[in-house]
Design a protein around this ligand. Structure first.
Ligand code: GZL
Length: 365
């Protein structure tokens, strides 16, 4: 059974009531960190709201402790944490994810080394090796791909470096190759997107899927959740088009331009992330369509996509909360103090429709 967390607002009330969380400040202010060039970079950030909070040692699923993983107790304050980001920070999901990690490191006074793989997997492997070489005692990794991690995990394991993966899962052994995974339930996200699409289309007509990038569990699971749910709940809804937009806005737009040429009667588009969904909106605008002509459902929860709901172009956005900072550091802190942490820490995500898009826009990232 996985540990399930809910977005910080509801959970903080619960945890405060149980004394599990004494305080959770919304992150504001500047951060100071060394990037992969080793230069200090200070970036001011706006208020970082919508934190995901959970107790890393909650839940009844398999856990991981130092005795099994190996290594020694550490005081996080005197340690160096390395953060490996996967994709270039053109996508607000990545910008918010990195900002949350930096803000939490700053808040805890932990030295942070960061690296960005610019969406190239070979660079991410060398980034992680560099972070280890530069003295990272612990690692937080946002993996680009789910496979191909063995070489660097072997290096880390030999030094018993605790690794927490955030966002995407890696196909490796928990509590051996890494300590914990923290992220969303992507199959559930796909199912919720399907429910939204069924409601928007009345469960009939032809629809398309803009697939995420290949080679990671997020795309596979968001697709599976969506397709299984459509098959189960709306046999009259036909998926007649599937093509990857690589989680990118430009490609989402060009793929949609081809889609509306080949399928002029398309009734709905399921975009597996907001950036591709916004690309689809641009394509529809370019083709002279009006808001609502084609029902669009996307996943992430970025401000632009939620604004797209307010403007009538997007019908629903399922959140995939990237603000892992507090939870990632809380997990590392708990583990290095010698306490067990859950191997799978699954967060709960909210969603946006026309009923709450305007009022909840400040929760978007
Ligand atoms: C989801 C994350 C995905 C986002 C995209 O957790 O892996 O990658 O949904 C991003 O925006 O490209």
């Amino acid at each position: 059974m996985k540990t399930v967390a809910t977005p910080h607002r509801t959970l903080v009330r619960t945890l405060l009531a149980t004394g599990l969380v004494t305080s959770l400040a919304l992150m504001t202010g500047c951060t100071k960190s060394e990037d992969d060039s080793g230069n200090d970079k200070s970036a001011s950030q706006g208020k970082d709201s919508g934190q995901v909070v959970a107790s890393p040692s909650g839940g009844s699923g398999p856990t991981c402790a130092i005795g099994t993983y190996g290594g020694k107790k550490l005081d996080l304050k005197s340690a160096t944490v390395g953060f490996s980001q996967s994709e270039k920070e053109a996508n607000p999901f990545r910008i918010a994810e990195t900002a949350s990690i930096k803000a939490e490191a700053r808040k805890r006074g932990v030295k942070l080394l960061t690296a960005n793989a610019q969406s190239q997997f070979s660079k991410q492997i060398s980034d992680v090796q560099d972070l280890i070489a530069k003295g990272a005692d612990l690692l937080v990794v946002a993996p680009l791909n789910s496979d191909g991690w063995e070489p660097v995990l072997r290096t880390a394991a030999a030094r018993h470096i605790p690794i927490v993966t955030v966002d995407r899962k890696i196909n490796a052994a928990p509590c051996k190759d890494y300590v914990s995974f923290i992220g969303s339930d992507f199959v559930e996200q796909g199912k919720r997107a399907a429910d939204r699409m069924i409601a928007a289309t009345g469960g009939k007509g032809e629809i398309a899927i803009l697939l995420g990038a290949a080679g990671n569990n997020v795309t596979t699971e968001r697709t599976k959740g969506f397709e299984d749910r459509v098959k189960e709940k709306a046999p009259g809804l036909k998926i007649v088009f599937r093509q990857t937009g690589d989680f990118a806005r430009e490609k989402g737009q060009s793929v949609t331009e081809n889609l509306i040429q080949s399928k002029p009667g398309i009734k709905g588009i399921y975009a597996e992330n907001d950036e591709m969904g916004l690309g689809a909106v641009n394509a529809l605008k370019g083709a002279g369509k009006k808001p609502g002509d084609v029902k669009i459902v996307t996943i992430d929860g970025t401000r632009n996509a939620v604004q797209g709901i307010v403007d009538g172009w997007i019908d629903g956005v399922i959140e995939s909360n990237p603000r892992f900072g507090p939870l990632a550091f809380q997990t590392l802190d708990t583990f290095t103090r010698g306490q067990a942490v859950s191997q799978d820490i699954v967060i709960q995500d909210s969603s946006y429709t026309k009923d709450n898009a305007k009022s909840d826009l400040d929760k978007a990232f």
